[in-house]
Design a binder for this molecule. Structure first.
Ligand SMILES: [Zn+2]
Length: 269
């Protein structure tokens, strides 16, 4: 073995560090096992309430993707044609409500990506989403998509047009779940969202202003109703009169579960 310098333990750990992705065999679909790529959950904040979530099995979701006019969205994410590329196409676009800081880019994103669009039937029809891409939901509804299950939950807000505002809980194959609150105040049924779905990760509206949960009340909602391991503040500092980041940090001071994401940064959770 002289002249063969590879040291396997080192080589293997370098591989594992460089590519934390494994390939498992999933259930045989047509007699032969199909490879299924499995990695960790990845979340990218795109500014304000917009997120890209990629599940451990590779199911890609966009949530409230207001991008083109969003002052917090990095330039590279404002060109919506990127979502038509094979490796960036979302499987579904989840929309919490119809307001201008959440939904205006959804019709174009649906066109370029061909993704399912998830919202109330009233909102989908108002956006003129092609029928084949409409995937209507309402409070209490759930559906399976790839390796995730999506649950529509209440939000205490308004919407026009669109029936009613929603939040979403996405559950993953590793047993964890992620709750996007949408725009809301705190409300007693948050206790039921905790009881039913026990979210591990909360994408939490915190900016308040004249429209919803201010930072202190958002922190109170987490203390009173939830037991997540990760809290990701959103919907702050985008425009006046939303609270700025220092105010949000102060409201959650000492809470080690809080993670402030940088828009555009792909974060493994
Ligand atoms: Zn909003």
């Amino acid at each position: 073995m002289r002249g063969f310098p590879v040291r396997w333990p080192l080589f293997l750990s370098a591989c594992l560090l460089a590519a934390p992705v494994s390939v498992l065999a999933s259930e045989p679909a047509n007699g032969s096992p199909q490879p299924r790529v499995v990695s960790g959950l990845r979340v990218t904040w795109l500014g304000h309430a917009a997120f890209e979530v990629v599940s451990p099995g590779g199911t890609r979701l966009l949530i409230d993707p207001w991008l083109k006019e969003n002052p917090r969205t990095p330039a590279a994410w404002k060109e919506l044609s990127r979502f038509g590329q094979e490796d960036a196409k979302p499987a579904a676009i989840l929309v919490t409500h119809a307001h201008g800081d959440h939904a205006p880019d959804v019709p174009e994103l649906a066109r370029v990506s061909g993704a399912l669009v998830v919202s109330t039937g009233e909102h989908l029809r108002a956006m003129k989403i092609p029928e084949a891409q409409q995937h209507s939901v309402n409070v209490g509804g759930s559906f399976r998509l790839g390796d995730v299950t999506v649950h529509a939950v209440p939000a205490m807000h308004s919407t026009d047009p669109g029936g009613r505002p929603l939040g979403y809980v996405v559950t993953f194959s590793d047993g964890r779940s992620l709750y996007h609150t949408g725009d809301t105040w705190l409300f007693g049924d948050m206790a039921l969202i905790q009881e039913l779905y026990h979210p591990d990760i909360v994408l939490l509206t915190t900016g308040g202003g004249r429209w919803g949960l201010d930072p202190k009340t958002a922190a109170r909602a987490m203390r009173k109703y939830f037991k997540p391991s990760i809290i990701i503040p959103m919907h702050f500092g985008t425009f006046e009169p939303l609270a700025e980041e220092p105010e949000v940090r102060a409201a959650f001071a000492g809470d080690k579960r809080v993670r402030f994401l940088t828009p555009g940064q792909d974060t493994a959770l």
